[in-house]
Design a protein around this ligand. Structure first.
Ligand SMILES: [Zn+2]
Length: 177
């Protein structure tokens, strides 16, 4: 990042950390691309904001809601009506990553509404997070739905707060029917 460009970014947008993720130091010593460089985002002040090293690294090249994909997240207790909510609100062509749907797909023929076999649930969780890592980097203007009880990873125990910082459209479903 040329120092002159960073100086112009500070001049135009200020020097606060624009991400404000969990653990933010608000000591902005990096310049972040809104549309990631790897996704074709240009290194011009309109596409740049100052960020602390922690948030910049934690965000990585994840898409911000609306800059590429439109990202919805639906969370809430088991059997809270999350899948039903998504079915009622998704647009045609939306891509849905639903933990319960994955778990059910792993036990074809099962009539149970929710899979309770613990090791199958762990398999579904692995599939969910594996797909999630790709999904949150989609830059095409498509609608994405992330559906899970409560999301976290070892690196991101406060993943929901990260999603808020990345401006995801979040719905909490408890008896969403
Ligand atoms: Zn920060």
């Amino acid at each position: 990042m040329p120092p002159a460009v960073s100086a112009e970014v500070i001049e135009r947008w200020g020097n606060d950390c624009w991400l404000g993720m969990p653990g933010c130091t608000n000591h902005s010593d990096t310049t972040d691309h809104i549309v990631p460089h790897i996704a074709g985002g240009p290194t011009v002040p309109a596409n740049l904001r100052r960020a602390c090293k922690h948030c910049n690294s934690l965000r990585g090249d994840r898409t911000l809601n609306g800059y590429g994909a439109l990202i919805h997240a639906v969370i809430g207790p088991p059997a809270g009506g999350k899948s039903t909510y998504v079915d009622m609100h998704r647009q045609p062509g939306a891509v849905v990553l639903d933990f319960d749907a994955l778990a059910k797909a792993m036990m074809p023929g099962s009539d149970a509404e929710h899979v309770t076999v613990e090791w199958v649930r762990r398999m579904a969780s692995g599939a969910w997070y594996g797909a999630y890592r790709h999904m949150v980097r989609v830059t095409e203007p498509v609608e994405l739905w992330l559906v899970k009880t409560l999301p976290f990873t070892p690196r991101s125990p406060r993943l929901l707060d990260e999603w808020i910082a990345l401006d995801y459209d979040i719905t909490v479903c408890d008896r969403c029917r």
